[in-house]
Design a protein around this ligand. Structure first.
Ligand SMILES: C[C@H](O)CC(=O)SCCNC(=O)CCNC(=O)[C@H](O)C(C)(C)COP(=O)(O)OP(=O)(O)OC[C@H]1O[C@@H](n2cnc3c(N)ncnc32)[C@H](O)[C@@H]1OP(=O)(O)O
Length: 723
């Protein structure tokens, strides 16, 4: 975790009698204790100075503040700071909001979390139209802790305040103005001067001097407020049944509405103290920093390489993945050439891309005008003529080695020598794909997850020969197309598919020994996965499931559990959701329901495997099911780390969350595993391997860490230092 510099504020007093205090703590002007101490020093100085009539607060380099310094959560603090309410009530409310000179916030860029709470303590707020304002604390497992739960409803009303806090979504300056969150919209160039004049106008009684905490005009009448809160509670329980902090947030807001804002502030203080120590918050903060750490790749991003500009991209293959990738790129303003083998396929690809964009128009995420502009970035082609000035090609054709080899050999002939050659393969060795070229250094994997224009993860796959420059370029592109990149090695399944291959196999092993398919899915969904392994297999389709399964049987025969259940279902034309039958039955609206016929297939698969129903498995508790399904995934993640396919444990946490929907509030697969302990996981896997075979056998990495009591995510250096 980094808060980089510790930060400070700078004060300048102008001849107009306005003290301008600027927060300086790059990169996002977070509110570290240094910043807060420095602010209070300057603030008291400004209050004391006779030549200061009013104060304007702003942030350096076009950013007001990204909020409280997240890296300071859980850090050891001096005693006075541990005093409940010290910052929120003593400093923010009773000192700043109650000051004898007015404060105006001049907001550009960001005012998030504590940043916005700081601005709401000021007596007026001016902002640029593009600034982002919001209280995203809930995505970190905490609630706004500097009065945000009380002041936001008093500025924008309960309904909007609840929406902003519970979804963690920010609003732009324009919307903030309409809502009443800010008092004026100003261009960036005029921001500070207008704020100075505004502050002087408050002093001169030409504008109101408002203490937000005591405003009531935006609050709904009590009866209506209770109904709104009741609805919000029901929604929160439905959307996040495993999470407590959204409900705590609603309780805190309610206290302020019912018992008054000071009671609300105290309740906020008390609730925040508990939440900041919760496992949920620790996990979500881990995810926050891990996500930002994925683009720091040792030996690659520490060489001072600068990403090259990619002005034009070509995509080969307008099938499902190719068109989704093209959609992602044009949505981020990359001109794209889509190549297909004939007019029919090309038209189909272009229409798919238009349909992807159109669905955003329907959802209000893209205007009709921007739809036209985005589509104009796309050109279709049937040959390589227009490839002479492309900076990157992404190949997304069917998984056929010789076809891909031919394509890469052609690319070498038609594309400029600097062009990056990326493949979206999810199963084929990149070295094989590039075998007929002399361009191995610019061959890289760009493994998108479907739907590629929606899913947030991009696996960047490097071979031993991929140049660091190409990886740096890919990291830059992934940032521009708003994906979280994870750089991984070139091996079967890369990271996500590889670590999750035992997920379905463990579930199949349990079912053959008597566990119930629907109970397993139910337990895994309650654990927090978007769906259980069987519902997921139906969604992906058995054709793909079997093809991927074959890869693992070939590569890791000793630890692949071979069940015939899925092939048996497929033989009967039950291939998952697309055939309306798989593990579930599907109606016209794709609603899944259990199928009583399934037991016949299970019995057949059981007899082929030669296993019988085990009464212990039939009676497994929820906790056992979770462990028997996820511990093999943890085991595989350890292997991936040990083999150097992933650079860091935290990259696998992000891969599991963003690629497979592992619940972020559990911190990702290895963070969760470490919360249970390597010894515990090892002992369980060891026991099951004796009962149920090699599939569960703990790997050497896990065994070594368990024997030393070291976390699975600890760096190799730490592990070695304990040898
Ligand atoms: C008591 C209060 O109620 C509690 C709080 O205020 S909790 C904090 C609430 N604020 C937030 O949740 C905002 C978190 N930050 C963000 O969403 C995004 O970082 C952002 C929108 C501010 C900027 O996004 P972007 O420009 O893409 O830059 P991003 O890569 O995310 O961040 C840049 C750097 O700032 C750091 N950073 C961002 N916000 C931070 C914060 N609040 N505290 C500490 N560091 C922060 C990041 O870790 C990153 O560090 P790195 O370069 O060393 O990896």
């Amino acid at each position: 975790m980094s808060s980089r510099g510790r930060g400070h504020t700078v004060m300048e007093v102008g001849p107009d009698g306005v003290a301008l205090i600027t927060i300086v703590n790059p990169p996002v002007n977070s509110l570290s204790y240094h910043v807060l101490d420095s602010f209070m020093h300057n603030f008291h100085l400004a209050l004391r100075r006779d030549d200061v009539k009013a104060i304007v607060v702003t942030g350096a380099k076009g950013k007001f503040s990204g909020g409280f310094d997240i890296s300071a959560f859980g850090a050891q603090e001096p005693k006075d700071r541990l005093k409940p309410g010290w910052l929120s009530i003593e400093i923010f409310t009773d000192t700043i909001e109650a000051a004898t000179k007015p404060l105006v916030a001049a907001i550009d860029g960001l005012a998030l979390g504590g940043g916005l709470e700081f601005a709401m303590v000021c007596n007026a707020r001016l902002s640029t139209s593009t600034a982002q304002l919001g209280l995203p604390e809930l995505q970190l497992g905490i609630i706004p802790g500097l009065g945000g739960t009380q002041r936001l409803p008093r500025l924008v009303g309960l309904t909007k305040a609840l929406e902003m806090m519970l979804t963690s979504k920010s609003v732009n300056g324009k919307e903030a103005f309409t809502l009443g969150l800010i008092d004026g919209l100003v261009s960036p160039d005029d921001l500070v001067n207008t704020a100075r004049q505004w502050a002087l106008d408050i002093v001169g009684h030409q504008r109101p001097w408002i203490a937000t905490l005591y405003k009531t005009d935006k609050l709904e009448p009590l009866g209506e407020a209770r109904e709104i809160l009741k609805f919000a509670r029901a929604q929160a329980r439905k959307q996040a049944p495993n999470l407590q902090h959204p409900l705590v947030c609603i309780d805190v807001i309610e206290t302020g509405v019912v018992a008054g804002p000071r009671a609300g502030l105290w309740k906020e203080v008390e609730a925040s103290q508990g939440l900041v120590k919760s496992d949920t918050s620790k996990s979500l903060i881990h995810i926050f920093f891990s996500q930002r750490r994925t683009s720091k790749v040792p030996g690659v991003t520490d060489r001072g390489l600068v990403p090259r500009q990619v002005r034009k991209v070509a995509i080969l293959g307008g099938g499902l993945m190719g068109s989704e990738i093209a959609t992602a790129l044009i949505l981020s303003n990359y001109p794209v050439i889509l190549k297909e083998v004939n007019e029919k396929f090309l038209d189909a690809g272009i229409n798919r891309i238009k349909a992807n964009l159109y669905s955003r128009v329907k959802k209000g995420k893209l205007t009709q005008e921007n739809f036209e502009k985005t589509v104009s970035l796309l050109k279709g082609t049937l040959d390589y003529e227009s490839f002479k000035d492309v900076d990157m090609v992404i190949e997304a054709v069917i998984e056929n080695v010789s076809l891909k080899q031919q394509i890469f050999a052609d690319l070498e002939k038609y594309c400029p020598p600097h062009c990056i050659f990326a493949s979206n393969t999810s199963t084929i060795d990149l070295n094989l794909i590039g075998e007929r070229t002399t361009s191995q250094d610019r061959i890289v994997g760009s493994h998108f997850f479907s739907p590629a224009h929606v899913m947030p993860l991009l696996e960047i796959v490097h071979t031993k020969q991929t140049s660091p420059q190409v990886i740096v370029d890919m990291l830059d592109i992934s940032k521009k197309i708003k994906k979280t990149p994870v750089v991984v090695g070139n091996d079967t399944g890369f990271a996500v598919i590889r670590i999750f291959f035992p997920y379905r196999l463990a579930a199949l092993l349990l079912v053959e020994r008597g566990a119930d398919v629907y109970q397993i899915d139910d337990v895994i969904t309650k654990f927090g996965m978007p769906m259980g392994p069987f519902r997921l297999a139906d969604l992906v389709g058995f054709g793909v499931v079997i093809a991927i399964g074959m890869q693992f049987i070939q590569k890791f025969p000793e630890r692949t559990y071979k069940s015939m259940l899925i092939p048996l279902l497929q033989q009967d034309k039950r291939a998952g959701e697309t055939t309306c039958k798989g593990f579930y039955l599907y109606d016209d609206e794709r609603k899944a329901s259990p199928d009583p016929e399934l037991k016949n297939y299970i019995e057949k698969a059981r007899s082929i495997s030669g296993v019988s129903v085990d009464p212990k498995v039939v009676k497994l508790q929820e906790k056992d099911i979770i462990e028997m399904i996820f511990f093999p995934v943890v085991n595989e993640a350890c292997r991936v780390l040990d083999e150097g396919i992933a650079f860091k444990a935290s990259d696998l946490d992000i891969s599991s969350v963003m690629g497979m929907g592992f619940p972020p509030y559990r911190g990702g697969i290895l963070f969760w595993a470490d919360s249970l302990g390597s010894k515990y996981i090892y002992s369980k896997l060891e026991k099951w391997s004796l009962l149920y075979g090699e599939f569960f056998k703990p790997c050497a990495y896990l065994a070594a860490r368990a024997s030393k009591g070291i976390p699975l995510s600890a760096s190799v250096e730490l592990a070695n230092s304990r040898l």
